[in-house]
Design a protein around this ligand. Structure first.
Ligand code: SAH
Length: 390
């Protein structure tokens, strides 16, 4: 067994429960390290810290799986962990569709598994978890007897771990265009070519939160992807709904989803750059009762955080200008780099520039199948805010 010893003076992050150990926090390593292997970690004075997988190619040298010395990391361990993940989701009522495994938040660092009823999409984003892919697939087969399992490892972050980008079947091939149910609606999900794992399950509870404010409303949605929020708005009684996305594929899928739910007479989708179009329509004096925004992260690193702040401020400012007095802004941010307080500050700045007053209706995070773990700040990433705009 390899042994990793931490330096004496390091931040309290690891002691407080965070699973990442950076290379510059390590004093010495005993034994040859092979990337991907499980290693024991000790403090500088030889107290056991935990077991985790090591990758000398990554700045995050070790990712801890357990703090329990007696845990054996083997095939059985992954069956046990996945069973626990499933029990937790069932307990909270996420049965048909859910994020079954949310990486660090489930003590399975860099493993993502989304469950779409009988189909599963997997991402193994670190070398240490990638080597356990066969064990994970076996565990899924044991617990769920699924109709299909698909790998969406076409993610650039894998390259930081020395892993190739790839996607494909981890079961017998199947039709990767499936239909899922959410809040009494149906949506096509393209597991092979959709964004990320194909569908954003993290907003599933937030989509219900618009129910009352959209009744009888003229609604504009930007960054619509496959139209989930917009089709909910139509279902909840909006008078008209227009959804915008820069991706023509997403817009085509959104229009198919509108037809699938028989709301195509209320709800239509167009390909557009939201930044340009919202600015233009503001100048033209167009007005809506509800404007919904769900933009991408704008940044992936702390160094370019200013870029994200500028992007969020600008798009929210433009949206506010399009809202009738007394109407509603529904706005999200999906990067953990912008924490909830900062997001509210950005919205306040936008309101100041737009000369509008805001009344906070609701402020939520991701659905509970994506658990937030105290002391692991990356696990709290989604902000979902509804404001009445006076
Ligand atoms: N609301 C969606 C998820 C949105 S993901 C849901 O709940 O399913 C963000 C979307 O923003 C992506 O579909 C991406 O194509 C789109 N996007 C990125 N930049 C954009 C831009 N400048 N204008 C319009 N859409 C954009």
């Amino acid at each position: 067994m390899k042994k990793v010893y931490l330096k004496r003076k390091i931040s309290s992050r690891i002691a407080n429960g965070h699973p990442w150990i950076f290379a510059n926090e390590v004093e010495k390593i005993e034994g040859d390290i092979n990337g991907g292997e499980v290693t024991d970690v000790f403090t500088h004075d030889k107290k056991f810290v935990g077991k985790g997988y090591i990758n000398p190619k990554s700045q995050i040298l070790v990712r801890l799986l357990t703090r329990n010395k007696s845990d054996e990391i083997d095939e059985q361990y992954f069956l046990k962990k996945l069973t626990e993940c499933w029990e937790y989701r069932k307990k909270l009522g996420y049965i048909e569709n859910c994020r079954l495994v949310f990486g660090e938040a489930d003590a399975l660092p860099q493993l993502i598994i989304d469950k779409f009823n009988d189909y599963f999409v997997i991402q193994t984003l670190a070398l240490g978890i990638d080597v356990w892919k066969p064990a994970i697939v076996k565990a899924l087969n044991t617990i769920f007897n699924p109709k299909g399992i698909y790998e969406r490892n076409d993610v650039p972050v894998r390259e930081l771990e020395g892993l190739p980008q790839q996607k494909g079947f981890l079961s017998e091939p199947f039709d990767t265009n499936i239909i899922i149910h959410e809040n009494d609606l149906q949506f096509y999900v393209d597991l092979e070519n959709g964004q990320k794992t194909g569908y954003f399950l993290d907003q599933q509870d937030n989509r219900r939160a618009i129910r009352h404010i959209v009744e009888g409303a003229e609604v504009l949605g930007a960054f619509t992807y496959t139209g989930t929020f917009e089709i909910h708005a139509a279902h909840y009684g909006a008078k008209s709904v227009l959804g915008l996305d820069i991706s023509a594929n997403a817009v085509a899928q959104a229009n198919r989803n509108a037809e699938l739910n028989a709301v195509q007479h209320i709800c239509r989708f167009e390909t557009a750059n939201a930044f340009d179009v919202l600015k233009q329509w503001g100048k033209e004096g167009r007005q809506y009762d509800v404007v919904m925004l769900d933009p991408p992260a704008f940044t992936k690193s702390r160094e370019t955080i200013q870029k994200a702040i500028t992007g969020y401020k600008e798009i929210n400012l433009r949206a506010m200008k399009l809202i009738r007095p007394g109407g509603f802004l529904v706005t999200s941010s999906c990067t953990n780099l912008v924490n909830p307080d900062l997001f509210l500050q950005i919205i306040d700045m936008a309101a100041k520039d737009a000369r509008r007053k805001l009344r906070q209706v609701t402020f939520q995070t991701q659905s509970a199948d994506h658990p937030v773990i105290r002391n692991i700040e990356t696990t709290q990433y989604l902000k979902f805010l509804i404001m009445q705009v006076e």
